[in-house]
Design a protein around this ligand. Sequence first.
Ligand code: NAG
Ligand code: NAG
Ligand code: NAG
Ligand code: NAG
Ligand code: NAG
Ligand code: NAG
Ligand code: NAG
Ligand code: NAG
Length: 803
Amino acid sequence: MFSTRSTSLCATALCAFLSFTALSPVAAAPMPQTSAAASSSGSYGPSTSYWLSQSGFHLNNQVYGNTDSSYPVFRNVKDSIYGAVGDGVTDDTDAINFAINSTGGGLARCGVGCNSSTITPALVYFPPGKYLVSSPIIMDYYTQMVGDATDLPTIVGSSDFAGIALLDADPYGDYGVSWYINQNNFFRQVRNFIIDVSQVDGGASGAGIHWQVAQATSLQNIRFEMSTSASTKQQGIFMDNGSGGFMGDLVFNGGMYGAFLGNQQFTSRNMTFNNCQTAIFMNWNWGWTLSGITVDSCTTGVDMSNSPTNQTVGSVVLADSTFTNVQYGVRSAFSTTGNVPATGGTLVLDNVDMTGATEAVVGVNNNTILAGGKTITSWASGNVYDNSATKDVTQGAITSPTKASSLLDGNKNIFGRSKPQYETASSDDFLHSMAEGLVGNGVTDDTLKMQAFLIKASSLGKIAYFDHGVYLVTSTIHVPVNGSSGSRIVGEVWSTILAQGFNNTANPQPVWQIGAVGSTGSAEISDMLFEIKGRNPGAIMIQWNVASEQGASGLWDTHVRMGGSWGSELLLSDCPTTQGASPQPSCQGGFLMFQATKQASNVYLENTWFWTADHDMENAANLQISVYNGRGMLIQSTGAVWLWGTSVEHSVLYNYQFDGVQALFAGFMQSETPYYQPVPVAPAPFTFNSAYDDPTFTVCSSNAAAVPCKDAWGLRILNSKNVLIYSAGFYSFFNDYTQACVTGENCQENMVHIQGSQVSAYAITTKASVNMILDDQFASTPVLASDNRGVYGDVIAYYNTKS
Ligand SMILES: *[C@@H]1O[C@H](CO)[C@@H](O)[C@H](O)[C@H]1NC(C)=O
Ligand SMILES: *[C@@H]1O[C@H](CO)[C@@H](O)[C@H](O)[C@H]1NC(C)=O
Ligand SMILES: *[C@@H]1O[C@H](CO)[C@@H](O)[C@H](O)[C@H]1NC(C)=O
Ligand SMILES: *[C@@H]1O[C@H](CO)[C@@H](O)[C@H](O)[C@H]1NC(C)=O
Ligand SMILES: *[C@@H]1O[C@H](CO)[C@@H](O)[C@H](O)[C@H]1NC(C)=O
Ligand SMILES: *[C@@H]1O[C@H](CO)[C@@H](O)[C@H](O)[C@H]1NC(C)=O
Ligand SMILES: *[C@@H]1O[C@H](CO)[C@@H](O)[C@H](O)[C@H]1NC(C)=O
Ligand SMILES: *[C@@H]1O[C@H](CO)[C@@H](O)[C@H](O)[C@H]1NC(C)=O
């Protein structure tokens, strides 16, 4: 979540326009008059058979931590209490905003003046229709906006629309201060919409969505409609900053920029741009994975040449993409001589069909760097370490990475599968947790009922629906995978599994075990959250065992959160930060957040955030806390593994460990070292466990150096092959809560350790680690960060080992 940097990079005229608009007060409109509590059924009722729209599908039980029993989680904007009309004529702005911000009579949602809170979630549903808006729809914290997946609703901006964008995930209030700290703006979704800006300001200006977000956020299945006039300044997405995040299955038609992007890191998959002047304007980043990008009839595909004399873009990986009827594929400011900063504007192209582009890559003056008219197999601008410990400043073709065929789809692209939304299912296809006797109040032990519920759903071939709630679990839940359709599990605004009493550190146990060890079948899990109550140092939050067919199983928009939220007993009052303090035993989070075991195969993760809390989300100022969690993500599977848009933060021994993997794709991967380290040094407060192949930091000399060595690994890869990474960022921002080491670029000694493994990695960024990569085959020569200084972190374009 963290950034020490103020990113005032809004350099373009358009951006200035938007910032100005953002600061202009929008006249407050009268609120719909009503005092009754909201209900999920209304006079409009469902207008399609889409299961999510059905009245009665949503129980609106009392939310964990929320004292207001009438607080509605589910809101249908057309319910009479809110009164959206959706006829394309009536101004629905206030009705929609009221549907989002309604309290139901009690606790306010987390809006202006509230940095974050987990106890006022909302699922705001839009039936089919055309919703005219004249000022921004403001998404409070922890809001999911979901359109009918079977008949997408349109949000259309009026010709006199005033404001930053039709949808706003982080409004600028007075003096330009945003409502939410952009790097802490978690837990949001927008899916299944058409967002139509084309009529705004006669097509001259306007944006679809202001998406200034961090982890656990997603945009999915959205079509943006903009003006195609040559003078238009419209854009689909305006993203000024944040620490995300995932977006996918988006279409952008028209506009000056399909997407104006700026963020620490992001994963974007399956996006199509038609008739935009520039498909993607990359304003700034530390790193970005762009995959499955289709650009058709745009002058420019990706412009990442911002501020050429001192670049603002760290890196871009562009893969499995197609450019047609395009003049300039990518515009880059990178130069092999005199580049500022040294690795700024690092770019990798892999499997990019530029047959329909005149130029594949141009410089700031549109000078040809790489001609179009062909498919670019593997190409890079930046520092390359190709089977060598010595850097090669490159702008040209590179050795193609090793790609295991099991990772590819039928078109030889990296396989991807979007979050299932079960559009064709009827409400009868679901089995509800609360109808099966689960309580979900965070207090009653739901272990036995949950086990029975999942077995029943699987054996009947039903989708297991966890009604919004917090479900206490005190021993392992065995998720069945071998029924006729395995397990299909869906949460409602992150229905939560709360683990308690997993305290056997010597014999750690899974909280959810996906299939028995060695099982075959399938499991699809989406919109769920796993967290803990108090100390659980023997908890493996999710253990993935099932061997599946490609695409048969996955974990989508599902997160692990160790502390920092209401009821976790790991909050500011429980686990305050104290420099130099010994860890409190009561603040020992868990053993391991996610494990994929050896026989698991076709393990698919997309948009997952495995977070050991660094701050208290219920604290108004988001103050830091000290929660100690042993390990982040451990992948031991010998079958194919995909990690699309994953983030693992603040575990003690490592954030990511790939141990014996045979075929793995990851991009973007992001991690942060715990802020308290090196007090204590790893593995304290835990001990090494050889059964889990823990790193033992033998590379660290016994005489402790000034720079901490026994800090969490961002990534450790051992005894593995076919590891394919399309961009990663591993960051270290603190030493015992102080930050002098950030400017010194030496918060820790090492970040990535490769041992006996074959790896092909694009665009690896590390922050404030002296050594970026230690590879045992080049034992005495680490990849030095000082050789690879970038925009914020240190960046290498390509690290490739012998195959
Ligand atoms: C976010 O980006 C905007 C526009 O580039 C800039 O004005 C603002 O200062 C940034 N905020 C932070 C906290 O970096
Ligand atoms: C909720 O939305 C209504 C309608 O736009 C607005 O009048 C009201 O001020 C909002 N309330 C809060 C607390 O944001
Ligand atoms: C890409 O997104 C479109 C919707 O825009 C969807 O129809 C298609 O299935 C997606 N393809 C993949 C490979 O996810
Ligand atoms: C580039 O910009 C950064 C951030 O504004 C600044 O700290 C740095 O000194 C600049 N470098 C050069 C060489 O101008
Ligand atoms: C490069 O091409 C773009 C798109 O046509 C144009 O807007 C820009 O002015 C050109 N830059 C230069 C330096 O000619
Ligand atoms: C471990 O958990 C069990 C079950 O919740 C509890 O009875 C026991 O006191 C706990 N032990 C410790 C050392 O926390
Ligand atoms: C399905 O898996 C369960 C749990 O591992 C096991 O008890 C059961 O025998 C399996 N059934 C079949 C038909 O394989
Ligand atoms: C939000 O957090 C920031 C950073 O701690 C703090 O400066 C700000 O005052 C907080 N906002 C509120 C409303 O407490």
